[in-house]
Design a binder for this molecule. Structure first.
Ligand SMILES: [Zn+2]
Ligand SMILES: [Zn+2]
Ligand SMILES: [Zn+2]
Length: 269
């Protein structure tokens, strides 16, 4: 894959790095049965996906579990980081891009909205002083997302969504849309969610939450958008994997399943 002329990929591969909510599952000190489940699908690290294509790899969000996720998936190269928003469960692994800086002898391209970049710079101020550091610090090339951009030899279209009061981004890449952490998709974003093969969306739990979709709300959106397949993510400990999948089937959604850590599938580019 060292050709200087990138050939457009016909397919990409998506790998779910983490499918859990902000505290992860199991949650620290929680006695509930999902947190003590013996089913490995009920172990959910913080939410992130990896996209591979054209010999390159881009990760969406660097969670507090990024190091563990990268080791688990034997990630030996990373070509870009894309951020959805700057909540702690999506950015706190940012410092762990350093091994890729060292190994690849280059700064990491980082794509995010201006608001997200501002919080990233504040949270990781030591990486943005512009001065030579005595120890290793993350080295980045910042790209402000203001519209579609190219990565992995294909076009990424940002999808604006609302996460409570906060503005967040999802991404449409070929036949895939990844939309974590949202409570509402504005009408103007819906054209970007038509004709999908795979829709990966926020479905926190059944109990309403001001910043996340419930299972029922997520299913309403699936009915409206009619993707070939839908995968729920950012899942809390309220939803046991196997039982929830059986319930989705019973309720007439054979094409909707909970995502899980390590899930991987081909995506139309
Ligand atoms: Zn989150
Ligand atoms: Zn629990
Ligand atoms: Zn969030």
């Amino acid at each position: 894959m060292s050709s200087s002329e990138p050939t457009l990929p016909s397919s990409l591969r998506l790998t779910v790095m983490g499918s859990g909510t902000s505290m992860g599952v199991p949650t620290i000190a929680c006695p509930c049965r999902v947190c003590h489940s013996s089913d490995p699908h009920d172990n959910r690290t913080r939410p992130s996906v990896l996209l591979s294509g054209n010999g390159q790899r881009a990760i969406i969000d660097t969670t507090p579990d990024f190091r563990f996720q990268a080791l688990r998936e034997k990630l030996d190269r990373l070509d870009a980081v894309v951020f959805t928003h700057a909540h702690a469960d999506h950015i706190l692994g940012f410092d762990d891009i350093r091994p890729f800086n060292l190994r690849q002898k280059s700064a990491m391209p980082v794509y995010a909205s201006a608001e997200t970049l501002a919080i990233l710079k504040r949270t990781f101020a030591y990486a943005f002083t512009g001065q030579q550091a005595v120890s290793t610090i993350p080295q980045v090339i910042l790209h402000v997302i203001e519209g579609p951009f190219e990565l992995l030899g294909t076009l990424w279209k940002p999808i604006a969504a609302e996460h409570g009061e906060m503005k967040v981004l999802g991404f449409r890449v070929g036949g895939l849309a990844y939309l974590t952490d949202f409570s509402r998709v504005p009408e103007e974003s819906k054209p970007l969610l038509q004709g999908l093969d795979d829709l990966v969306i926020d479905a926190l739990r059944d109990e309403p939450h001001p910043m996340h979709q419930t299972v029922t709300q997520a299913l309403e959106l699936v009915k409206e958008l009619r993707p070939q397949r839908a995968w729920f993510t950012h899942i809390a400990h309220d939803l046991p994997h196997r039982e929830t999948n059986e319930r989705l089937l019973r309720e007439g959604f054979p094409n909707v399943q909970l995502a899980y850590d390590g899930l991987s599938f081909e995506v139309r580019a």
